[in-house]
Design a protein around this ligand. Structure first.
Ligand code: F6R
Length: 612
C-alpha cells in the first residue's frame, strides 16, 4: 500500500527518495510525489504524478534539488488517483508539507471545523485536512503543532512533516501505520519500510504507536504525544539486499516460488528435535504462560485475511486432527465486529505475512481486549502484529516482494505444522508419529525441488488454458484450502475468474457450470479420501468437463480420467498442502505471464493492506 520515505542531511536527497520509493513499489500504488527543500537557497520543489514512479522521475529536472525532503506512493482510498489527491499535501499557507499513510476517520468533522475558520480544500483526501489542521495550530513550532493536531485525530497514521521555516528538522509520528527512522552519519532517514533505507543504513529505530520523532541532521529526539522524551533502542535491519533484488529471475513472484525449498529450511531451522520426535518454537516457549495456555486451550481461533486465511484453514485441519483442540478460523474483518465468545481458555492466533494488515490487527486488539492470549505468525520482523501479540513465531521466509503471496504461504503452513506437533506431543501424539512427521518436514525441500524441476509441464498446460474465462479448483481435506489458494492466485494475477470448493461440494451447485469450456483442477493425491475424489472427477467427466489433476507419482489410474496430469511426490497428509500448492502457484504465474500482465504488481492490489 502507500509508502513513505524522508531524508534530512547535507546532500541532495532526490535520488535517495526516488530509490526509496522504488524499493516499496511492489506494495502497490497508483500515484507518487516528492518534495525537497534546498536550505541554502530556501527553495522548495514539489513534483507529483499519477501512475508509476518512472513517470514521476521524468518530471524531475536538475533544478529539483534539496537537502531535506519527503516522498510518497499513494494507493487511493479517499478520492481517485489524481494529481490533486497525491501526496505530499500542502497547507493553505504553503508552508507545511505532509506525507501520510493510514486513514483519518474523523476527517469530515475536522474539515467542517477548518472550513469554518476559512480553510479551503483542493483534494478529496483526509491527508489535506490533517496538514491544514497542523497549520491551524502552528505559531512558531512545528513539533508542537503536529502534537496538538494529532490529539484531535481519530484513525491511523504514519506521517512525515516538513515546515519551510524550520528546515533543520523533519517530524514523524505513528499510530497504526509502520514508521522507522534510519540513523546515518550527519544525515538521517525515515520510511514506512526498512527496504527504503537499507542502501544507506542498517541502524534503525522503529516508532511505536503514539510516538513522535523529531529528526535533525545529526540527532533524533523521541517523544510521546504527552511531550515526554523517551529512550528508544537502535535495532539492526534484518534484510539481505540481495533478497530485495530479482536475482536473475524475470519476476519476484517466480523467484519466490523457486526460493521455497530454502525458505522452508529457514522456517524449520533450529525448531525440529528429531530424536525427540517433536518441535521447539522459541517464540512460544520463551513465554511460558502463553505456551501453557496454548497447550491447555479449550478453543483456538485463527484470524487472518486472504492467503493467510487459507493457511489458517489448513491449520484448523492440523490442530484438530493431531492436537485435538477445537479450532475456528475467521476472516479477521468479520471477527472484530462479531462479538466472538472468548474465555481465558481461548487462544487467538493471528497469521499475517506483512504483520501490518489493518483488519487482522484490529481483530487481534479486540481479542486482547476480551482477555485472550494472542500468538502471531508473521514474516516481517518487528511488524506491528508481531509486536502486539503475547508470543509469536516468525516465518523467516525473507522479504516477499511479489504481491501474490507464495513463499509466505508455504512457510505459514510449515509454522502451523511445527506448532501442531509441539502441542500434539504434549497430548496423545506418540514419539513414533511425531518422529515421522518431523522427518518428513526435513525432506520437503528436496521434494519441492523435484516439482520445480518439472515446471515446464505446468507451463505447457498454462499455454493451453490461458484464454479460459473461468476455472474451478477442487480438493478435499487438507487440500481443500489449497484449492481456494490456487483459485485466489489465478484471480489475483491473471484476472481470470476462478473458484475453489471442497470437491464433494461441487454437486451442490457449481456442477451446473461444468461444460467443455470449464477447466477443472483437481487435487487428487493418494490419501485416505482419494477414492472419493475420483468419484467427483468422474462426475465432471460425465459432463464433458476438462480435467487437470495434481496427482501422486506412480498413480496410473488417474491418467484415464484426467485430460492433463501434473505428478508430484507424496508426503504425510498434513504437509501435503506445501507440495500441492506449488504447481498451482506456477500455473497462475505462467498464465499471467502469457497474458502479458504485470505479475508482481497486479492491478488494484497492495502488498500490505493497511486500511480497513
Ligand atoms: C494474496 C495475498 C493477500 C494477503 C492478505 C493478507 O496473494 O497476498 O490475500 O494474503 O492481504 O496479508 P497478510 O498476510 O500480510 O496479513
Amino acid at each position: 500500500m502507500c509508502g513513505i520515505v524522508g531524508y534530512i542531511g547535507k546532500k541532495d536527497c532526490v535520488s535517495f527518495l526516488i530509490e526509496g520509493l522504488k524499493r516499496v513499489e511492489y506494495r502497490g500504488y497508483d500515484s507518487a510525489g516528492i518534495v525537497v527543500l534546498d536550505e541554502s537557497s530556501s527553495s522548495i520543489h514539489i513534483k507529483k504524478s499519477v501512475g508509476k514512479i518512472i513517470d514521476l522521475e521524468k518530471k524531475i529536472d536538475n533544478r529539483d534539488i534539496g537537502n531535506l525532503g519527503l516522498a510518497h506512493t499513494r494507493w487511493a482510498t479517499h478520492g481517485e488517483p489524481s494529481m490533486e489527491n497525491s501526496h505530499p499535501h500542502i497547507s493553505n499557507n504553503k508552508k507545511i508539507y505532509l506525507v501520510h499513510n493510514g486513514i483519518i476517520e474523523n476527517y469530515i468533522s475536522l474539515q467542517k471545523r477548518l472550513e469554518a475558520k476559512g480553510y479551503k480544500f483542493y483534494s478529496e483526501t483526509d491527508t489535506e485536512i490533517l496538514v491544514n489542521l497542523i497549520e491551524s495550530y502552528y505559531t512558531d513550532d512545528i513539533e508542537l503543532a503536529v502534537k496538538k493536531a494529532l490529539f484531535d485525530v481519530k484513525g491511523t497514521y504514519g506521517i512525515g512533516v516538513l515546515h519551510v521555516d524550520e528546515p533543520d528538522k523533519l517530524i514523524v509520528a505513528r499510530l497504526g501505520s509502520p514508521l522507522l527512522i534510519g540513523i546515518g552519519e550527519n544525515e538521517n532517514y525515515f520510511a514506512s519500510d526498512p527496504a527504503s533505507v537499507i542502501s544507506k543504513t542498517d541502524d534503525v529505530v522503529y516508532l511505536d504507536d503514539k510516538e513522535i520523532g523529531v529528526i535533525y541532521k545529526d540527532r533524533v529526539v523521541h517523544k510521546n504525544l504527552e511531550d515526554e522524551i523517551i529512550t528508544k533502542n537502535i535495532e539492526k535491519i534484518d534484510i539481505d539486499v540481495q533478497e530485495i533484488e530479482k536475482d536473475g529471475y524475470e519476476h519476484f513472484m517466480l523467484k519466490e516460488i523457486f526460493q521455497q525449498p530454502r525458505t522452508l529450511i529457514d522456517t524449520m531451522r533450529g525448531r525440529i528435535i528429531l530424536d525427540e520426535g517433536t518441535t521447539n518454537l522459541g517464540g512460544l516457549r520463551q513465554h511460558p504462560q502463553v505456551y501453557n495456555a496454548l497447550i491447555k486451550a479449550e478453543k483456538i481461533y485463527i484470524i487472518a485475511c486472504g492467503t493467510s486465511w487459507h493457511s489458517a484453514l489448513i491449520g484448523e485441519y492440523m490442530i484438530e486432527e493431531y492436537a485435538k483442540i477445537p479450532v475456528e478460523v475467521e476472516y479477521a474483518s468479520e471477527f472484530r465486529y462479531r462479538d466472538p465468545i472468548i474465555s481465558e481458555k481461548t487462544v487467538v492466533i493471528a497469521i499475517s505475512q506483512s504483520g501490518e494488515t489493518a483488519d487482522t490487527l484490529a481483530a487481534l486488539k479486540e481479542a486482547k481486549r476480551k482477555g485472550a492470549y494472542t500468538i502471531g505468525l508473521c514474516n516481517v520482523v518487528g511488524s506491528t502484529i508481531s509486536k502486539v501479540t503475547d508470543a509469536g513465531v516468525y516465518l523467516h521466509a525473507g522479504p516477499e516482494i511479489g504481491v501474490a503471496s507464495t513463499k509466505a504461504f508455504t512457510s505459514q503452513v510449515m509454522a502451523l505444522a511445527l506448532i501442531t506437533v509441539d502441542i500434539a506431543r504434549h497430548k496423545d501424539m506418540s514419539f513414533r508419529e511425531g518422529y515421522k512427521i518431523v522427518k518428513e518436514m526435513k525432506l520437503l525441500p528436496t521434494l519441492i525441488n523435484s516439482i520445480l524441476d518439472n515446471s515446464m509441464v505446468v507451463k505447457d498446460i498454462a499455454l493451453k488454458f490461458k484464454d479460459a474465462k473461468n476455472f474451478l479448483y477442487l480438493g478435499r481435506g487438507f487440500n481443500f484450502p489449497v484449492a481456494l489458494e490456487g483459485a485466489l492466485k489465478l484471480k489475483e494475477i491473471s484476472y481470470i475468474h476462478a473458484e475453489g470448493y471442497p470437491a464433494a461440494e461441487m454437486k451442490h451447485g457449481p456442477i451446473a457450470l461444468i461444460d467443455k469450456d470449464m477447466p477443472v483442477i483437481f487435487i487428487a493425491i493418494k490419501d485416505a479420501i482419494y477414492d472419493k475424489v475420483i468419484t467427483n472427477m468422474k462426475e465432471v467427466k460425465a459432463r464433458n468437463g476438462v480435467i487437470i489433476t495434481i496427482a501422486s507419482y506412480g498413480d496410473e489410474e488417474i491418467e484415464s480420467i484426467s485430460d492433463y496430469v501434473i505428478k508430484i511426490p507424496d508426503t504425510t497428509n498434513l504437509l501435503m498442502p506445501i507440495l500441492t500448492v506449488i504447481p498451482l502457484q506456477l500455473l497462475a504465474y505462467y498464465i499471467a505471464v502469457e497474458k502479458g500482465f504485470n505479475v508482481d504488481m497486479p492491478r488494484n492490489l497492495a502488498k500490505s493492506v493497511t486500511v480497513e
